[in-house]
Design a protein around this ligand. Sequence first.
Ligand code: PMP
Length: 431
Amino acid sequence: MGDKTPDAAAIEADDQKYVMRPWTHPAGEPVIVAKARGCVVTDVHGKDYLDFTAGYFVNNAGHCHPRIAEAASRQVHEVLQVSGKHGTIPMVRLAKRLVDLAPKSIHKVFFSTGGSEANEFALKLARQYTKKPDIAYLENGYHGLTLGSLEVTASEKYRESAGKPLGNDNFAIPTAYCYRCKFGPHPQCNVQCLDGVEEKLASRQTAAIIAEPVQAVGGLAPPQKWWDRLDQIRRKLKILLIADEVQTGLGRTGKMFAVEHYGLEPDIMTGGKGLSGGVGSMAVTTASNEVCQSFFGGTTPTSGGNAVSAAAGLALIDVIVDEQLVENALKMGQYFTEAAWALKDPWIGDVRFTGLLGGIELVKDRETKEVLGKKEMGKVKDLLHEAGMLITVSGWHGNVLRLQPPLSITSAQIDQFLAALRKTLIAVRGS
Ligand code: PMP
């Protein structure tokens, strides 16, 4: 238990009155956080939560890592913000560091302020380079909520938020949801879900395919042969690959970038979220020299590559390397998987972790895979919240517990979560 903020109730009342939020909340939310360290956040009432959202998949090195905080505070006294047409030392250094870490197809970095914006620049870049208008995206894919990025985001619920019909330049192609594969059990997979995709891509003026290498919504990691087949098709048709690493980048999946799992060499790769270590917001659109040559941005985003965020981002990468957080993500993802299956809970239908990008899919019946209903999912979420576990619910059918803690999480903290999950599932089921 942390310290209680003296005017906690007034702050919560003001939040309700003055802060605009786009949806209604589950019990206990929004949590107004007063302090956060490592994997723990403390609310204004002094209640501690284990944060399995890492501050919405941002604080990969844990909340308020001292080395990141120190790098940011040092930078505050040097230079804060310059025109995006110029640059700062940390910005240039971060660009070099990212290119050094990225797949060898990536040579240059364009800075902006958020993942949606970075993806919009990626779409522009692809269209300008290929002189073609259409972009293919994956079913279940998420690339942001601004109007341009919404056009390549699959969920109808999000698309409807546009308030107008979205354009029809972009189109969906199948994703790999192997747990619910229409074509039968996994070992017999011939990647039939991609049958017809080559024809579909070829029938349009397709500039690029945008995809998360591993889909964060529901934690869907395609098998190698799925990516091999799609990559082969798009290379044959000379279609660019935009890898959206906004959520999967910087160690989250147990590799520095998730494309490394599959040996993918994207023409364009985007990043954001954790990139600035939680200090401000920064995102990047990176690309090959060849694609960059035709880039016409018009002008630059005002706060792209902010010096303080860039200094924090450099410190973040140092921490990830020095504290072996990529390796820990891989190890803890395996631990989480084994320990979750060991609960032998009849509602646990699938456990999917790629590093610490994880999802536990809850079902009413393991044989039929009947989705656990909205009401029960709501109760599970509420009880976990009460037990001090900060999580979100996600997935194609809204029945996946999304588990993406800071990469520094320990097995003891995972045990704590699973003990709470065990109790919760028994309580909601009634036995
Ligand atoms: N792409 C992916 C894969 C994401 O997960 C997100 C954010 N959830 C975005 C893009 C959009 O990023 P932002 O919210 O910073 O605009």
